[in-house]
Design a protein around this ligand. Structure first.
Ligand code: FES
Ligand code: FES
Length: 182
C-alpha cells in the first residue's frame, strides 16, 4: 500500500492500492479508514454491492475475495491489496447473464432487489462447491443473507433451477413457482 498526498499534520490523506476487480487490474486511492464496501461503491462506482446494516448481519454487502464470500462492510479496503474481488457486476459474461441471475429474474426471486447481489454471489460459490445442493444445503448456505420481500421460497427455487440448468438438465420453472399455487 502506497500512502499518497499528506495532510497538514503530516499523515497520509489517502491509501493507494492495486488489486483486481471483476477480472480487471485496478489502482485506487481512498481514505484509509474506508471499508471495502465504501471503496467499491464510492471510489470504484460499483454500486451493485448494497449498503445495509454495516454490522455483518444482513449479507447484502457480500462480495467474493479470491473466490470466497466476504461481508464487505466488515473488511477494510486496504486489506484487499493484491487480491481478486468479484462483485455482482462481474457475474455476467458480456451480455450473457449468469444462470442464477436468469433464474432469479424468472421466478421473482428478486423483488426490490436490495438483497439480491449478496444472495447471487453467495449462491454462486455454493453451486461451484456443491453443484446439486439439497434444499437444506441451500438454506444453510444462504442463512447469512436477509431478504425482506420474497419470503425466501422463490430464492431457494431459483437456486435449484439454476443448478439444474448448469448441470445441463432441461429445467423450466413450474407454473406454481411463477404464478403461485391455485
Ligand atoms: S451491510 Fe454488510 S452485512 Fe449488512
Ligand atoms: S428482494 Fe427486497 S430485500 Fe430481498
Amino acid at each position: 500500500m502506497k500512502p499518497t498526498k499528506k495532510k497538514a499534520n503530516g499523515k497520509p490523506a489517502k491509501a493507494q492500492i492495486c488489486l483486481r476487480v471483476n477480472g480487471e487490474p485496478v489502482e485506487v486511492a481512498f481514505a484509509p479508514h474506508k471499508t471495502l464496501l465504501e471503496v467499491l461503491r464510492e471510489d470504484l462506482a460499483l454500486t451493485g454491492t448494497k449498503h445495509g446494516c454495516e454490522l455483518g448481519e444482513c449479507g447484502c454487502c457480500a462480495v467474493l475475495v479470491d473466490g470466497r464470500p466476504v461481508l464487505s462492510c466488515l473488511v477494510l479496503g486496504v486489506a484487499v491489496e493484491g487480491h481478486e474481488v468479484t462483485t455482482v457486476e462481474g457475474m455476467a459474461e458480456g451480455a450473457k447473464l449468469h444462470p442464477l441471475q436468469d433464474a432469479f429474474a424468472e421466478l421473482g426471486a428478486a423483488q426490490c432487489g436490495y438483497c439480491t447481489p449478496g444472495f447471487l454471489l453467495t449462491a454462486k460459490v455454493l453451486l461451484e462447491e456443491t453443484p446439486q445442493p439439497s434444499r437444506e444445503r441451500i438454506k444453510e448456505a444462504l442463512a447469512g443473507n436477509i431478504c425482506r420481500c420474497t419470503g425466501y421460497i422463490k430464492i431457494f427455487e431459483a437456486v435449484e433451477l439454476a443448478a439444474a440448468r448448469m448441470a445441463g438438465k432441461p429445467a423450466e420453472p413450474s407454473k406454481e413457482s411463477i404464478y403461485g399455487r391455485r
